[in-house]
Design a binder for this molecule. Structure first.
Ligand SMILES: Nc1ncnc2c1ncn2[C@@H]1O[C@H](COP(=O)(O)OP(=O)(O)OP(=O)(O)O)[C@@H](O)[C@H]1O
Ligand SMILES: [Mg+2]
Length: 364
């Protein structure tokens, strides 16, 4: 049996933990069709929490209901790419002269870097309508998923939202599932870029329960015939904190240890696996996240790391010798970057597991 763990961005894990029922409303929406509330869903959560995996699960569910799916990432030009995919789908489905005419117009190409020029927008909408009517006639519809929505160009997103809203008004079978970092997404919704998106079902993803991780590890290792004590399984599960990326990393390195030790996981091997997992988490998630911030932002994080738990904004100001409004600015930036999250009563805490430990282990 091959190593089943998948510590890689967006990769479908062997077991999706802690997400029971989250797609029920969406699933129900697929049976209802146009205008069902579950067909407008936004997943938010910290880096590595499993947003992309949820988009993939929505994707699979939609396909199992016979719906067409277009999945995109919100880098510049996503509207054009969605338009191009819609044209291809309509081409595959439609045969009549009407469809041929419309797809011919659209075939002029949507490949632009950011916003669509007005005449392309008209083509986008008519190709969308054509496709949705074809799907409607087959009693199915179209699901569009857009990942990393926090990075979207605002006017492009506004265009997409306006068109989708128009389709919904026309009772066409369309669904939209987004994923992005929490604060950035709430800013996006509050900015009024696309007011109708505020009605979307917002699902904030959190870590899975450690006991579920424990049960899953126990099951996986028993099935593989590995020998490991319940205590070591509990220790391994605890080391993940229920955080999805760490679940995959710890599981992956445990598996590797078992492979080279004749299926026996000793206490020493489990420790090595946990260490390797945390190192990899630091190198990938943490360093990638830190590489996007300024030295001042980093000072803010270091000031936070002095506490064992959530930090009050006032304390950060004191430690940095900075004014309140300056601290507030950093706070907003770091929230949007998904590095910190609110922890009640004006406090903030780290949004990425292991970040505090990482900062403490590398003093400036
Ligand atoms: N519910 C889950 N149970 C177990 N493992 C999961 C779960 N969800 C995701 N994973 C695993 O966690 C890792 C991160 O998942 P994913 O890439 O979906 O996170 P993300 O939130 O999209 O991260 P990013 O913000 O970096 O894009 C992957 O290795 C994936 O296999
Ligand atoms: Mg992702």
């Amino acid at each position: 049996m091959d190593n089943p763990f998948r510590p890689s961005a967006g990769a479908t894990p062997p077991q999706i933990l802690g997400r029971a029922g989250l797609l029920d409303e969406f699933d129900y929406g697929l049976t209802l069709g146009s205008g069902a509330p579950g067909l407008l869903t936004i997943f938010t959560g910290a880096r590595g929490i499993g947003k992309t995996v949820m988009l993939g699960a929505a994707h699979d569910l939609a396909r199992s209901h016979g719906w067409a799916v277009i999945s995109e990432t919100a880098t510049d030009g996503f509207m054009g790419r969605i338009g191009e995919s819609m044209r291809q789908l309509a081409d595959e489905l439609g045969t009549g002269p009407q469809v041929r005419r419309i797809t011919a117009i659209a075939a002029a190409g949507f490949s632009v870097t950011t916003q669509l020029p007005p005449e392309r927008q008209v083509a986008w909408r008519s190709i969308g309508e054509t496709l949705l009517r074809l799907l409607d006639a087959r009693d199915t519809g179209l699901i569009i998923t857009v990942d990393e929505i926090h990075a979207a160009d605002r006017s492009e997103l506004a265009q997409l939202a306006a068109n989708i809203q128009h389709f919904i008004q026309d009772q066409l079978p369309i669904g939209l599932v987004f994923a992005g970092l929490p604060s950035a997404v709430s800013d996006l919704l509050n900015e009024g870029v696309a007011t109708f998106l505020r009605r979307a079902d917002k699902i904030d993803l959190h870590a899975a329960a450690v006991r579920d991780v424990e049960a899953s590890f126990a099951e996986t290792f028993t099935a593989a015939g590995f020998q490991v004590t319940p205590d070591l399984v509990r220790q391994s599960a605890g080391a993940t904190g229920g955080y999805p990326f760490l679940i995959q990393l710890v599981g992956y390195f445990l598996w590797r240890e078992a492979e080279v030790n004749d299926g026996i996981l000793s206490a020493r091997a489990v420790e090595r696996a946990i260490e390797a997992a945390h190192r990899r988490n630091a190198r990938t998630v943490i360093e990638a996240a830190l590489s996007t911030i300024s030295p001042k932002d980093l000072d803010f994080l270091r000031a936070m790391a002095q506490d064992d738990g959530p930090t009050a904004a006032g304390d950060i100001g004191l430690r940095l010798g900075a004014k309140t409004n300056l601290v507030a600015n950093y706070r907003v930036r770091l929230l949007a970057a998904g590095l910190i999250e609110p922890a009640g009563h004006g406090k903030v805490t780290f949004a990425i597991p292991g970040l505090r430990r990482y900062l403490l282990s590398r003093p400036s």
